[in-house]
Design a protein around this ligand. Structure first.
Ligand code: G4P
Length: 192
């Protein structure tokens, strides 16, 4: 999506060789107009699909999940909650998610009340890196016997393996922008 690519190149900051800082428009300060148009772009990418609900994980995925859900005609958003507790009640679906970025494991949970068997769910997140969060969310949808329509992310880090692995497994993954590398602080985007 050209407008997102422009924002990344203009306002994004490359840290080291693998971190993209986009907190001036995506995950700290939010450019609401841009996020609205990103939601519409996700809707276009999944235009042929029926989507009953959008699933993300707190916190930074929620903004794009919301605008995507609005673009699909105001379907609900469910966000998985992160919990440090290993013991969770039987009223939730849960999955363990290891974050390489933060080097810690989170348990993510979704109340069983919110996911019904057969529901068609689109997963949305801000970043796709190693794909651990996506894997946890698809695992929860499998437990709930929902249909995973696909996954959409704002930014895929193409130099990390998550997106490729998920696509090889047959999941439709759409990235609105893909970062191929960070060199000397410069963010290098893949051509659309
Ligand atoms: P993975 O889920 O694809 O395996 O990614 P990883 O564990 O590496 O990422 C964990 C967290 O770090 C996620 O946020 C993800 O959005 C974020 N992240 C990954 N790479 C980058 C990056 O280059 N820049 C920024 N800004 N964030 C990145 P989280 O821990 O779930 O935190 P939050 O959603 O509460 O902010």
């Amino acid at each position: 999506m050209q407008e997102l690519s422009n924002a990344i190149l203009r306002d994004g900051i490359g840290l080291g060789t693998d971190v993209v800082k986009v907190d001036s428009f995506l995950n700290h300060r939010i450019d609401t107009g841009l996020l609205t148009r990103m939601g519409e772009a996700v809707r276009e990418a999944f235009a042929d699909e029926q989507v009953d609900c959008v699933l993300t994980v707190e916190a930074s995925g929620i903004a794009l999940a919301l605008t995507t859900a609005q673009a699909f005609g105001n379907v609900p958003v469910i966000f998985a909650k992160k919990s440090g507790h290993i013991n969770v009640g039987s009223d939730v679906y849960s999955a363990r998610v290891y974050s390489f970025t933060h080097q810690r494991e989170n348990l993510i949970t979704v109340s069983r009340r919110h996911l019904q068997k057969g529901m068609r769910v689109l997963i949305v997140d801000d970043f796709l890196a190693n794909g651990e969060a996506m894997r946890g969310l698809t695992d929860i949808l499998r437990q709930a016997e929902c249909v995973t329509v696909g996954a959409a992310v704002a930014i895929e880090k193409g130099f990390q393996p998550g997106g490729q692995k998920l696509r090889e497994e047959g999941l439709k993954v759409v990235a609105l922008a893909t970062v191929d590398a960070i060199r000397d602080g410069q963010i290098i985007l893949r051509e659309a």
